[in-house]
Write a protein that binds this ligand. Structure first.
Ligand code: PLP
Length: 368
């Protein structure tokens, strides 16, 4: 939803603008035709991403959605079936690309409030490969951070348990759109978050603040298949080093497998939640983000998402969001009732204080 140019834009971390350092690197990037494999900056970014995530190879793609789709195409045969979290982005927010393009089926598993699927539920969802009635279970997807649970990070321990519960032949893909947020929240390098996965995607264009792009990583063979899939989708870009250069700037500080700056976003999200939780009319978002009812629990904020509900139904929620927008503060609503506020590069403590004050005013203006 476009709402012009709010002063404090908390709709998503995708609204970040490239830093001066990124713009400078983009302007002077060495480039070539990447479809011919000639773009040195893209090659460097792909290598850097693969090294950081502990995988053999990487592939620069246009978006997180494209990263997930080429991964599905590379892992899953037509008619194969995927197991993924029921509220995940890949099931709900990617225009069913897995079905439309890859010809795959999908089984959604209800998540716990941690954002994790019970490993037993995942194991139970695997079809009998000898039964001709069944689709062939071909991929398990984990979302890390898991957006609808208030963007909670998924731990390496969980990934290890999941890996142990599945046949070795069944690959795991991590939709790590916000994998670096998970890494800093858990204080582990990104490679540990995906060491039990066969492939992973992470976005450069969210908390890492580049204008465009994601990287997919996995084995060399997997990346060869994903590269073909990217071409099929029209995602073979030419002098893409202009974009990859910003990605290299974003990852410049990540030698230890984390990007420390993201911790600032997490602190501010917690401050925002604490301020909102004190306001009469702001309540628990319910469901995965906070399974208990009553007051918003700021303790649920583990990364840069604050999800909450506004008492009084959808009409009041819409009026609340309009009243915020009138004061220059933008948030978005999920269809099922929650409001989302996301902190990111460019949001400062003063913006959070202004948001808390604007929320108090919006609640007062819309009080039934
Ligand atoms: C969890 C998750 N996965 C994937 C994506 C897709 O990323 P993109 O918007 O770059 O296609 C998003 C985008 O918000 C996301 O939140």
């Amino acid at each position: 939803m476009s709402i012009g140019h709010p002063d404090v834009d908390l709709r998503s971390d995708t609204v970040t603008k490239p830093t001066d350092a990124m713009r400078a690197a983009m302007a002077s990037a060495e480039v070539g035709d990447d479809v011919f494999g000639d773009d040195p900056t893209v090659i460097t970014l792909e290598r850097r991403a693969a090294d950081l995530l502990g995988k053999e190879a990487g592939l620069f793609v246009a978006s997180g959605t494209m990263g997930n789709l080429v991964s599905v195409m590379a892992h899953v045969p037509r008619g194969g079936e995927i197991i993924a979290p029921a509220t995940s982005h890949v099931i709900n927010d990617e225009a069913a690309g897995y079905a439309v393009v890859a010809g795959a089926g999908m089984v959604g598993i209800a998540e716990m409030s941690t954002g994790e699927m019970l490993v037993e539920d995942v194991a139970d969802a695997i079809r009998d490969p000898d039964d001709p009635h069944c689709a062939l279970t071909s991929l398990v997807i984990v979302e890390n951070c898991h957006a609808h649970s208030m963007s909670r990070p998924i731990t390496p321990d969980y990934m290890a348990q999941l890996r142990r519960a599945l046949p070795d032949s069944l690959p795991i893909h991590v939709d790590g759109a916000r994998l670096f947020n998970a890494a800093i929240a858990l204080d582990v390098p990104v490679r540990e978050l995906v060491q039990d996965a066969d492939s992973a995607t992470f976005c450069l264009s969210k908390g890492l603040a580049t204008p465009v792009g994601s990287v997919v990583v996995g084995t060399r063979d997997f990346i060869t298949r994903a590269r073909r899939a990217r071409k099929l989708l029209g995602g073979g870009m030419r002098q893409a080093g202009v974009l990859a250069a910003a990605g290299l700037v974003a990852l410049a500080e990540a030698d230890d497998g984390t990007v420390d700056r993201l911790a600032e976003d997490h602190v501010l999200a917690r401050v925002l939640a604490e301020g909102l939780a004190r306001q009469d009319g702001i309540v628990s978002p319910g469901h995965l983000a906070q399974p208990t009812t009553g007051a918003l629990d700021p303790g649920r904020v583990a990364t840069n998402f604050v999800l909450f509900a506004v008492e009084g139904g959808l009409d009041r929620r819409a009026a609340y969001l309009r009243a915020l927008a009138d004061q220059g503060v933008a948030m978005v609503a999920y269809p099922h009732g929650q409001v989302r506020a996301v902190t990111h590069l460019g949001i400062e403590r003063a913006d959070i204080e202004r948001t808390i004050a604007a929320s108090a005013q919006a609640l007062a203006a819309t009080r039934p």
